[in-house]
Design a protein around this ligand. Sequence first.
Ligand SMILES: [Zn+2]
Length: 302
Amino acid sequence: MSISTIGGIMRKEQLGKTYIHEHLYVDLSHIKKDNDAKLDDIEDVVEEINELKKSGISSIVEVTNRGMGRNIEVLTKIWEETGINIIPSAGYYKEPFFPDEVYNLDYREIAKIITDEIQSGIDDTGVKAHVIGEVGTSKENITETELKVLRAAAYAHLETGHPLFTHTTLGTMALEQLNLFQDYKVDISKVLIGHVDLNCDYDYHLRIADRGCYLGFDTIGKLKYEKDEVRIAHIKNLIDRGHIDQIVIAQDMTRKSHLKKNGGIGYNYISETFIPMAISHGITQGQIDHILIENPKRLLDI
Ligand SMILES: [Zn+2]
């Protein structure tokens, strides 16, 4: 079947190695009151993405949505200048990042906006969203409005069949998100629970994996939250327990200070640093390739 990208519709076989949860242009600065939370350094991002492509990564799922500064014009420019496949998203993030419309509409109306962005296109750009995401919850809490958005996302998924990507705050509320989706009859094999690597607990990860969803080890390189050796140990544990098909990876770059030029790890960190580290800790290149190629292909296919 097919995948909607910034450059048009493509076949799943064209995905190749894929970062599953990333931002190329995002602006949370108005809420965070922090200019670093405005990743709008387009030329620097282009430069880094060109390097990333040389490392063999060919696709990025861009999970920036309404309220997060999603900008299809900029993504189109980045695609034109790098050739990387960019898979755009529809939805709403979490409190306090919801735009006013989320408060004024009911869940069916929100679901219709998401569905329209998938089926007809985003605004008047002609670009169709592919992923419903990143839709999220607060730390150890799901607010009333977040619940409405999760429900809307579930209905948009039921309407379209498109994959549903979540944000968990520090890895919390993953099981609660899954409970809600199950109540709404979502196909759990099309759900990615994001940021589980910010809550590295073997038992917790297994309980999530047992539900049949994907687990996002998608904040790789964010060492102030978790050491990558710990992420690797938890990935290895899931592999050893038979869950390799459910693991996907990314870096979730969101800040100017994440760019190499500004002293950050850069988009290429997984290739340059994390993969060699994972291999030295007993994960094989074949397993890495499976996680970067086969899992995104299966998750994103509709
Ligand atoms: Zn997130």
